[in-house]
Ligand binder design. Structure first.
Ligand code: HEM
Ligand SMILES: [Cu+2]
Length: 552
């Protein structure tokens, strides 16, 4: 017998009297909370702030590039702009966004637990994130930093007089937030699954966050070490990277990319998990090849650690090592392709509907596929030599990270919004936002593939006049894209007060999170659930609803 709080129901007219949102009142009850759902909300607010801050820098970059001459700002101001843009977006938005908001909110509920294994460490993670964010803001106020988000030596250690140490401290602290979140997820998923919730009944969102957590725990310390060494070399002059003192500047890049390549999968894997949930729900089918999709996450986590030197093909690594890393890079395409194929097979013959989360998911599949395929170009040695350090790179990683991860994030935020807040978002304007984002995105970043292929280098504030048309297109696209991102902020905020009451299971989905009230109680479940069905078992759900109806 399964002891679940309530069955999927149609919308009740009022919000539940008691929920995690109104369990306690006052700012302090939020700032000292141990509830994973409240911590997820704290993250959602702070991550949104940093996203728009990073977006402001992006806007300044695009405005400068509207004309071929550097007329809006001086070259070094421009350098600070793209450095701050990269740092804020990567470390304060992309890396934490899905795990810290959606993962935090959902993982305990999805496995039938009352909270994460270490609620206090979870709160500590948020504080570390905020302290890291404050250091980034401080470096900005002090006058900025212009090393690029990669902190490449000897630029960062010798030649610049900007706030490298403040920013390095920020990254170091924020890194620990991510390590602790990863540890918390791993222990929770191992130890706190409800009876019957076997590994192969886990929602794929849990699998993908599990794989990402392993990468966070293994990769992030290497970044912390690399950054600390930069700070030490700058302050007390130890010779780790400086050849004059017996150091090696290539060493920095090895250490940095050993984290930062896996980091792209830390960003994208949780996004993959969102897409699996959404595709399955809106085609009402079990994800095709569930086990293959689950294991492909683990495979990506593993292979992701063997390819870092594809960022260094032109940096003076040996031809043999370049060859090996090129081959290994191709290997990572395999598990990623498995996912794309399996989502396509899931859609095949499904009864598909196009609610907003699904529109974002389609956007994700299209854009991520382009991003991924161009990654294969870059993994090929000859092509990479022509394309690296051009705008082709900028287009590539924006397709993967902004087209991919950000689309997945927005898909997930819309999908679980009714669960998190108890209210629906307005459907037609949100569809408009999804389409606007997609069009704006293509217009912004597709011309960058072309202009990069033609030879426009990245990280310059001026460029030859022949590249202007493509840059104007890109800036126009960025304006559309900006509107696409602002819209959800407005209507989601509006829906907090005026949105229709969602009910427990507005999408008629199967996961445990849809079996409890929206918004959930602080303790999630009144009694520990017993899981007797496979993930995404829509036939089970139909039977259960049938049985319930015949009871009444
Ligand atoms: C409206 C949206 C955006 C626009 C118009 C935009 C524009 C740009 C431009 C023009 C650059 C290249 C600067 C240069 O190398 O000269 C850049 C770099 C970068 N962007 Fe974006 N961006 C946007 C959104 C994002 C988002 C959402 C993320 C992450 C989530 C992101 C991550 C990065 C990263 C990591 C870099 C590399 C910085 C560097 O090369 O040092 N961008 N962006
Ligand atoms: Cu890489």
């Amino acid at each position: 017998m399964s002891t679940i709080v309530s069955l999927p129901d149609q919308s009740t007219a009022t919000l539940p009297k008691r929920s995690y949102l109104n369990a306690e009142h006052g700012l302090l009850s939020w700032l000292l909370t141990g509830d994973h759902k409240r911590i997820a909300m704290l993250y959602l607010v702070s991550i949104t702030f940093f996203f728009f801050l990073g977006g402001f820098f992006a806007g300044m970059i695009r405005l400068e590039l509207l004309t071929p001459v550097g007329d809006l700002m001086a070259a070094d101001t421009y350098n600070k702009m793209f450095t701050m843009h990269g740092i804020v977006m990567v470390f304060l938005f992309l890396v934490p966004s899905v795990p810290a908001t959606l993962g935090n909110f959902l993982i305990p509920i999805m496995i039938g637990a009352k909270d994460l294994a270490f609620p206090k460490i979870n709160l500590l993670s948020w504080y570390l994130y905020m302290i890291g964010g404050t250091f980034v803001l401080a470096s900005l106020v002090l006058g900025g930093v212009d090393t690029g988000w990669t902190f490449t030596t000897p630029l960062s250690t010798h030649y610049l007089n900007t706030h490298v140490i403040t920013t390095a401290t920020a990254i170091f602290i924020a890194g620990f937030s991510s390590i602790f979140t990863g540890l918390n997820f791993i222990v929770t998923i191992h130890r706190m699954r409800a009876p019957g919730m076997t590994w192969f009944r886990l929602p794929l969102f849990v699998w993908s966050n599990y794989a990402a957590s392993i990468m966070m725990v293994l990769g992030t310390p290497v970044l912390a070490i690399a950054i600390t060494l930069v700070a030490l070399e700058r302050t007390i002059g130890i010779g780790v990277f400086d050849p004059a003192k017996g150091g090696d500047p290539l060493l920095f890049q090895h250490l940095f990319w050993f984290y930062s390549h896996p980091a792209v999968y830390i960003m994208i894997l949780p996004g993959f998990g969102v897409i699996s949930e959404v595709i399955s729900t809106f085609s009402r089918k079990r994800v095709f090849g569930y086990t293959a999709v689950a294991f492909s996450s683990v495979a990506i986590a593993l292979f992701g650690f063997f390819v870092w030197a594809h960022h260094m093909f032109i940096m003076g690594v040996s031809n043999y090592s370049a060859l090996v890393f090129s081959l290994l890079t191709m290997l990572v395409a395999v598990p990623s392709a498995i996912k794309i194929f399996n989502w396509s097979f899931t859609l095949q013959k499904g009864s598909i509907t196009f609610e907003t989360p699904m529109l974002y998911a389609f956007g994700f599949i299209g854009l991520f596929t382009i991003g991924g395929l161009t990654g294969v170009f870059l993994g090929s040695l000859g092509m990479d030599i022509h394309l690296t350090e051009t705008y082709f790179i900028v287009a590539h990683f924006h397709f993967v990270m902004v087209g991919g991860m950000l689309m997945a994030f927005l898909s997930g935020v819309h999908f679980w919004w009714p669960k998190m807040t108890g209210r629906m978002y307005p459907e037609s304007i949100s569809k408009l936002a999804a389409v606007t984002t997609f069009i704006g995105f293509i217009l912004t970043f597709f011309p960058q593939f072309v202009v990069g292929y033609l030879g426009m280098p990245r990280r310059y504030h001026a460029y030859p006049a022949e590249f202007q048309v493509l840059n104007v297109l890109s800036t126009a696209g960025a304006t559309v894209l900006g509107v696409g991102y602002l819209l959800p902020l407005l209507y989601l905020g509006w829906s907090l007060k005026y949105g229709a009451i969602a009910g427990n299971n507005p999408w008629q989905a199967t996961g445990l999170e849809w079996q409890i009230q929206s918004p959930p109680l602080t303790e999630n479940f009144l009694e520990t659930p017993v899981v007797e069905w496979e993930a995404y078992d829509y036939e089970w759900l139909a039977k259960k609803q049938q049985a319930e109806l015949s009871h009444v």
